[in-house]
Design a protein around this ligand. Structure first.
Ligand SMILES: NC(=O)c1ccc[n+]([C@@H]2O[C@H](COP(=O)([O-])OP(=O)(O)OC[C@H]3O[C@@H](n4cnc5c(N)ncnc54)[C@H](O)[C@@H]3O)[C@@H](O)[C@H]2O)c1
Length: 286
């Protein structure tokens, strides 16, 4: 039976748009965060995402009414007691996620499907913050940014996740218009391992003076059919986050993920990307 009552915890960049795709799929969504200001900001951002989507023809005006009407924001986690599935998208911090699970455990029913959008913490490690009886229904669902546009979800079962939970997560992602792929619980899952090898080599090309970031982006768009080149994409993701992930991958897999010196310089200088006014490109701030 389809899961229809969805809870999302963390209304940041990822959680807010996960709530959006669920509401667009006709789900009833509760969205929570630490404070009202974060929830208000998230709803205002979603209004902007929908308006832009309507202009570009991705959405119809009635989708906006339906989607925003389908998301109820709340600061009261107690209201999650009726949720059939909960997706956690709080900060990438094991302790904060663990504390969130501890609170949720006292609230949701025993059959609730529990998912984390973590991008780098092993699911089996996060699973250990749940009591043993919950671990069968807990797994990773790794969405990609911007969630409203990117179709992929990596579905990552942990050591104790049961097959029914995997099936339910696949169904939920599919209903939300996404394409799930099953990935083993390894550091970086699959897409981050691929993309960081590519980005590290792109930076190496710049360090060697082989081509400029602009020309490499052009080459990747026109020669590889990518919608956006690596430097423009790193500026969107932010260089500080990119470096953090590369350090995690380096620790797990060794020198093939060694972060490049130029990347470290950029981050030290605060040239972290679009929202900082400067990254590999220069931007108007604001
Ligand atoms: N940014 C990306 O491109 C991306 C991609 C895939 C996965 N992720 C993962 O998704 C998760 C969220 O990332 P994001 O980029 O949306 O971060 P973000 O900083 O934009 O949002 C996190 C939100 O969680 C809220 N939050 C923090 N602690 C909370 C708590 N205890 N209870 C309720 N809300 C709390 C924060 O106030 C914030 O609004 C992280 O695990 C991250 O690794 C991020």
């Amino acid at each position: 039976m389809a899961l229809t009552k969805i809870g999302v915890i963390g209304a940041g960049m990822m959680g807010s748009e996960i709530a959006l795709v669920m509401a667009l799929a006709g789900k009833h969504v509760r969205l929570t965060d630490r404070d009202q200001a974060s929830l208000d900001k998230a709803m205002a951002n979603l209004g902007g995402v929908l308006d832009k989507g309507i202009q570009r023809g991705f959405y119809k005006p009635e989708d906006k009414t339906r989607a925003l009407g389908g998301i109820e924001t709340t600061l009261d986690l107690g209201l999650y007691r009726d949720r059939e599935a909960v997706i956690e998208a709080v900060f990438e911090d094991e302790k904060i996620k663990g504390e969130t699970y501890r609170k949720l455990d006292a609230i949701v029913g025993p059959d609730c499907l529990l998912m984390s959008n973590t991008s780098s913490i092993p699911i089996t490690v996060l699973s250990s913050y749940w009591p043993a009886a919950r671990r069968g229904r807990f797994l990773g669902t790794h969405y990609f940014s911007p969630v409203s546009r990117m179709a992929l979800v990596e579905v990552i079962p942990g050591l104790d996740t049961n097959e029914a939970a995997v099936t339910d997560a696949f169904a939920l992602c599919t209903e939300a218009g996404k394409t799930p792929v099953r990935i083993k619980d390894v550091v970086g899952f699959a897409v981050n391992r691929l993309i960081h090898i590519f980005w590290i080599e792109a930076i190496r090309l710049v360090e060697e003076g082989v081509a400029t970031p602009e020309d490499i982006d052009t080459a990747c768009r026109l020669g590889m059919g990518l919608p956006v080149g690596p430097f423009r994409l790193m500026d969107g993701v932010t260089n500080n986050l990119t470096l953090d992930v590369q350090e995690i991958l380096h620790k797990a897999y060794g020198d093939r993920f060694l972060p490049r010196p130029l990347m470290k310089q950029m981050v030290k200088a605060g040239y972290n990307g679009r929202k900082y006014g400067r990254g590999w490109y220069k931007y108007d701030k604001g």
